[in-house]
Design a protein around this ligand. Structure first.
Ligand code: GUN
Length: 286
């Protein structure tokens, strides 16, 4: 069993982004919109901005209370779309319930859509356009698999989850009729029957459901690769929090050929790909 080191691979990507920015003397900027007071979102945004500083990307934070009106955010996006000093716009999810996520992401200029959540970019991913912006977590997972020389071609990959953020774009990317891809993918979700019998057939199992330690060893095929996308906060009595994945790591690890830990697995890759996408947006805008 080998534990995949997400930090190491993410650091290599950050180093490349930083070197390119310095070598070409680029002025790269990311605007971050954060609405509400979700603890995890605040933590992610803080980590994302810290890494921006590390690679010489200027980040600007626009923070709103959870009562913020939809139009206030739409107006801010309009302003940022027209601001020549802003290369990329990130709207941290989840948004407060009264705000229509689809309206928000439709408003972002596709060339500044760092998450690839605008319908133009999502469509480009679906149709295999060369200039598509790939969502950060799926492209982060594919980059991790490549870094560890884990072959995807003709493998049976099972994704547990069906989110627009991770599962759907990942499915599309994995089945691409392109060298290095060509996987066979099964998507499972809360209405799937006999989940274990399906996950047990997977050469590569990717779990993105947000349920702490849900996947135990009876879901796993011996020798398979397990990618855990979950980041679940377990709050302790002293109000500190422990982070665990969707996979019961200790229970499962000895059955796998490779496994990502939580933290230090997929999470750092999402951030690294965000900064790489910011640089891609910068080039699109110039
Ligand atoms: N919330 C959790 N993951 C993500 C992500 O990749 N992008 C955005 N914008 N919000 C998130």
């Amino acid at each position: 069993m080998k534990i995949i080191n997400g930090i190491e691979i993410a650091d290599n990507i950050l180093e490349d982004v930083k070197n390119e920015i310095i070598k070409k003397n680029l002025k790269v900027s990311l605007a971050v919109i954060l609405a509400g007071d979700d603890f995890a979102s605040k933590t992610y945004v803080k980590m994302k901005r810290k890494k921006c500083t590390l690679v010489n990307i200027n980040s600007y934070l626009f923070e709103y209370p959870s009562s913020v009106g939809e139009n206030t955010i739409l107006d801010k996006i309009d302003e940022l779309n027209n601001d020549k000093n802003i290369d990329a716009i990130l709207v941290q999810l989840p948004l407060p319930k009264h705000i229509d996520e689809k309206k928000i992401f439709s408003k972002i200029n596709p060339s500044k859509d760092v998450d690839g959540f605008n319908p133009i970019n999502a469509g480009k991913v679906l149709l295999g356009y060369d200039d598509a912006i790939f969502p950060c977590t799926p492209i982060g997972i594919i980059t991790l698999l490549k870094a560890y020389k884990i072959d995807i071609t003709s493998k049976h990959i099972t994704i547990v989850g069906r989110s627009n953020l991770v599962a759907k774009p990942l499915l599309i990317m994995l089945i691409q009729k392109k060298k290095e891809f060509n996987a066979t993918v099964t998507i499972c979700h809360s209405y799937t029957k006999n989940l274990k019998s399906i996950t047990k057939k997977a050469d590569i199992l990717i779990v993105a459901i947000g349920k702490a330690n849900f996947i135990t060893k009876d879901f796993i095929k011996k020798g398979s690769v397990v990618i855990d996308v979950g980041i679940n906060y377990i709050y302790k009595n002293d109000s500190t929090a422990k982070i665990v994945g969707d996979v019961d790591f200790e229970n499962v690890k000895d059955l796998c050929s490779y496994i990502t830990p939580v933290p230090k697995g997929v999470g750092p890759m999402t951030i690294a790909m965000l900064l790489k996408n910011t640089l891609i947006c910068h080039k699109k805008n110039k």
